[in-house]
Design a protein around this ligand. Structure first.
Ligand code: AHR
Length: 547
């Protein structure tokens, strides 16, 4: 979505697109009749932003709290299969169609010895895990994760311990996973019952190494050299790997952007991508507790992507390198209530309930906004991971007998179901509202005004299907979006749903599991110009066949 500076630019866009549509020809509707001008979007098949990589819509599974144990793995449970995997959770994640899953952490990875989690289960040690102060039995490890990934139909994205770990251990890990046979570590994998190599392609070179909370945290140049050294050796073992350097963990650390520049100055030639992380919340410091400001936070994510991309391009320019790095936004979500203190301290227990954030309607609307941002930035962001997938800051939550879909499940599920093919470069024009305020954290709410309607679209060249993802940030009123398709014609509305409600703080519970759930959205007749009526406080998806 490109928001145009003024109406003149929009009209120029109309003319440039060869359109005969005059401003007066936009269809009137309820919202317009009430004095709110509709937002307008021009879509052209010929104008796309990027071919999206499905990995953009991945997720994350860490050895943290109840994510693994009682989340995906619970031997002894009636819900477990022969390998101890929770069948209900497996079916949910398989049903979602998550394309890539990051594992095993997170902060956890920076103290992890991958060797503890492979081989006969009765020989695996129970260790005191120091990122979350929990007991780790290692009953679930790399091979178990790979088995689970194959069942779920997702691609593994593994992380190295570059905190307390060494390049030597990282290289051994790749050899264990990806070399066929005839070497120390590949033969060990075979001994463990896995003849065929796992062929893991995507790897994270550590986790949040800029963070003072991280085990083994170090200055940027030191990390950059460690990443470079590891990457060089890894490429000898498996030249086909795609390696992701640790970028800044958030936008508030004083090292933000400088870290990324210095790291890349050390390892640009050896890596393929760099990571971004951020978590968002409707807090006094970030939004002043104001939901209309909160719902604009995906635009902060968008700025972060642009800033990190600019650093990558700066280093590329200085090095005169032909290689352009891609971005891996491999941790993003709302996370602000179940944070710090007892929420993050496992108190030496096994599978303690940590970071169990309860999500409400407004969180789900913002998650929709993040999906829109990721789609719009798909040219640069190749990998994205919703953090996380089950029990820990997650769309899915388990109890002993079932699995619950939290509110944020729905926008994420829609993106996985409908976003396909090319992301369109929509020309969008619409009314805005102010969000600036004094006294907020300086890295958020940096726009003076933001649009009420936030829209992203994909068009699948194979099937010709168009998917529209629309956030209406107006808390009070319905808004309209007039879509003008220039070089293709909508022929049939295949699906049209919205997530909305009167109580922005409503959440699903095991007793009331569908309090926040999609409902049908009245769709207009398919035509070159369509007017969508978007309920106040809503995120909607419309899936349309086109010719
Ligand atoms: O996802 C929870 C934690 O947030 C991760 O372990 C860490 O990487 C981040 O700080």
């Amino acid at each position: 979505m490109r928001h145009l500076r003024d109406r003149r630019e929009f009209m120029a866009g109309l003319a440039g697109a060869g359109g005969a549509l005059a401003a007066g020809s936009w269809l009137p509707g309820t919202a317009q009749a009430q004095g709110r001008a509709p937002a307008r979007a021009i879509a052209q098949r010929a104008r796309s932003r990027a071919e999206m990589d499905r990995r953009l819509l991945g997720a994350f599974l860490e050895h943290l709290g109840r994510a693994i144990y009682t989340g995906v793995y619970e031997p002894g449970s009636k819900l477990a299969d022969g390998k101890g995997f929770r069948r209900d959770v497996l079916a949910e994640i398989k049903g979602l169609g998550v394309p890539i899953m990051r594992y095993p952490g997170g902060n956890f990875v920076s103290g992890y010895n991958w060797l503890d989690g492979v081989g006969p289960k009765d020989k695996r040690p129970t260790v005191l895990e120091r990122a979350w102060n929990s007991l780790e039995t290692n009953q679930f490890g790399t091979n178990d994760f790979i088995d689970w990934c194959r069942l779920v139909g997702t691609e593994p994205l593994l992380g190295f311990n570059l905190g307390t770990g060494t390049p030597e251990q990282a290289v051994a890990y790749v050899e264990y996973c990806n070399v066929d046979k005839g070497t120390k570590w590949s033969d060990l994998r075979r001994e463990h019952g896995y003849e065929a190599p796992h062929n893991v392609k995507y790897w994270c070179l550590g986790n949040e190494m800029d963070g003072p909370w991280q085990m083994g945290t170090m200055p940027a140049r030191e990390y950059g050299r460690k990443a470079r050294d590891s990457a060089r050796q890894i490429r000898v073992v498996d030249p086909t790997t795609q390696l992701i350097a640790c970028g800044s963990s958030n936008t508030i650390l004083p090292t933000y952007l400088v870290w990324d520049r210095e790291v890349l100055e050390e390892c640009y030639d050896q890596v393929d991508g760099i990571s971004l992380h951020n978590y968002y919340g409707n807090t006094p410091a970030l939004t002043g507790g104001d939901t209309s400001r909160y719902l604009a936070m995906n635009l902060d994510m968008e700025r972060q992507i642009q800033e990190i991309a600019a650093v990558c391009d700066y280093v590329q320019g200085v090095r005169k390198s032909p290689k352009r790095l891609w971005l891996s936004f491999d941790e993003w979500n709302v996370w602000y209530r179940a944070r710090g203190g007892t929420f993050s301290n496992g108190q030496r227990k096994f599978a303690p309930p940590l970071l169990e954030e309860v999500y409400n309607l407004e969180d789900a609307l913002l998650i929709g906004g993040f999906v829109n941002t990721l789609l719009r930035q798909a040219r640069r962001v190749r990998v994205g991971c919703l953090a996380q997938i089950v029990n820990v800051i997650a769309p899915l939550v388990t109890n002993e007998t079932s699995v619950l879909r939290q509110s944020i499940y729905y926008p994420y599920a829609w993106s996985l179901k409908y976003a396909r093919g090319r992301v369109l470069d929509l020309l969008v024009d619409g009314e805005t509202y102010p969000i600036k305020a004094a006294g907020l954290r300086p890295d958020f709410a940096r726009d003076d005004v933001v649009p009420y309607v936030d829209v992203a679209a994909t068009l699948d060249p194979g099937s010709g299907q168009l998917a529209l993802f629309i956030l209406n940030r107006d808390l009070q009123a319905e808004r309209e979006l007039v879509l003008d398709c220039r070089d293709f014609t909508p022929t049939r509305v295949l699906a049209s749903e919205t997530l909305t409600g009167t109580d922005l703080k409503a959440s699903n519970t095991f007793d009331r599991p569908t309090l926040v759930a999609p409902r049908p959205l009245e769709a207009p007749r398919p035509a070159s110009t369509m007017t969508f009526k978007l309920p106040a406080r809503s995120y909607s998806v419309v899936h349309i066949a086109t010719s």
